[in-house]
Design a protein around this ligand. Structure first.
Ligand code: AQP
Length: 328
């Protein structure tokens, strides 16, 4: 059976981009593969965070995993920091990673705002921790959005280098990037990706947004002056982005939607998309509220950490052995 590993950072509430690009795949994959899904809270420390908020958001994201349909009987759900093997494996991999390859990471350039001098070291080395997250589970497949493609390539390079220099320890993972929705764009600036940590609240739709806010956000979403519902990401990024969201949430293909709204205009299209989004999120939000403070999330995470720890420690032990780290 194939092994799958992926995770989301508790840097805010999951948004539709996270869902469409990655988490939607988690739900499907849990029926087909041996899946490990973590809340990568150590990654969230790469930029300054309020400690209390980080704790809450870690549990929020775990509760959202369950609310979107992840079943702890089928998939192992855990928090990254609960499996200490991740940080040790990251150190071992840092010793074979190169400054040059990490300097080429686009996300580092973006998040450090071009100023490497004042950027945190954790922000610089975080793709290596991400490689450790993946490689410890011998994952064959990693469901992610398009923004993670470069980090996955680095993970593969590190795994291949380790296997070559120290002997075969790691499975070489492949990214699973969806054909549609791999990069959901910001509603207010559709040439940039939708992001949790965006400054403007009009950037994204959080899975927990209430109907009124969803309505406001979609009404304000940037389109163009053509008033023609047509999928053309280059010339019509705003409307194409909304079509992608509409299609993935409703299950109606983009070409059918184009036909449906031919000659109808943006007003009706947005009105229907508001309805589709509210109805799609309603059961997820209800389930989130049922679970979040019930004690169940913590139970799932405890059991998940035990299960994940067993697999991770086996690989870590092989890494230590291969690198000459004495074990007693
Ligand atoms: N806009 C997006 N479209 C499609 N997929 C996306 N993902 C993120 N943004 C989009 C995918 O969601 C998964 C979890 O992401 P993450 O928590 O690792 O955060 P991120 O990739 O750094 O992006 P965010 O959500 O915008 O967070 P911040 O603002 O904190 O950086 C990943 O598989 C990612 O590819």
């Amino acid at each position: 059976m194939e092994r799958v590993l992926s995770g989301a950072q508790p840097t805010g509430l999951i948004h539709l981009g996270n869902y469409v690009g990655a988490l939607r795949q988690y739900v499907q994959l849990q029926h087909e593969a041996d899946c490990y899904f973590c809340v990568v809270n150590l990654h969230a420390l790469t930029l300054p965070r309020d400690p209390q908020e980080l704790k809450e958001k870690t549990l929020d994201v775990a509760a959202l995993y369950l609310a979107i349909g992840l079943d702890p009987k089928k998939a192992t759900i855990f928090v990254q920091s609960h499996v200490p093997a991740h940080t040790e494996a990251a150190w071992l991999l840092q010793c074979i990673a190169r400054v040059g390859e990490l300097s080429r990471m686009v996300q580092f350039k973006e998040k450090s705002k071009g100023s490497a001098e004042s950027a945190g070291v954790g922000l610089f080395t975080y793709p290596v921790l991400q490689a450790a997250d993946i490689l410890l589970y011998q994952a064959n497949k990693v469901p992610v959005g398009e923004d993670q493609k470069q980090h996955l390539e680095l993970t593969r390079d590190l795994a291949e280098r380790f296997n070559r220099d120290y002997g075969e320890v790691f499975t070489i993972p492949e990214p699973l990037i969806p054909k549609i929705g791999a990069r959901i764009m910001a509603l207010d600036e559709p040439t940039k990706k939708m992001s949790k940590s965006a400054e403007s609240k009009w950037n994204n739709i959080s899975i927990m947004d209430d109907p009124k806010l969803i309505e406001k956000k979609i009404k304000r979403a940037v389109t163009d002056s053509e008033n023609q519902v047509r999928f053309d990401p280059e010339n019509k990024p705003g409307i194409s982005n909304l079509l992608t969201i509409y299609s993935t949430l409703s299950g109606i293909s983009i070409s059918e939607l184009e036909k449906k709204y031919d000659g109808v205009g943006y007003g009706q299209f947005k009105k229907d998309l508001i309805e589709v989004t509210i109805e799609f999120l309603r059961p997820i939000q209800e389930r989130f509220h049922e679970l979040r403070h019930s004690g169940y999330v913590e139970e799932v995470l405890k059991e998940g950490a035990e299960r994940a720890g067993k697999v991770a420690n086996q690989t870590l032990s092989k890494m230590r052995e291969a690198m000459g780290i004495i074990q007693i």
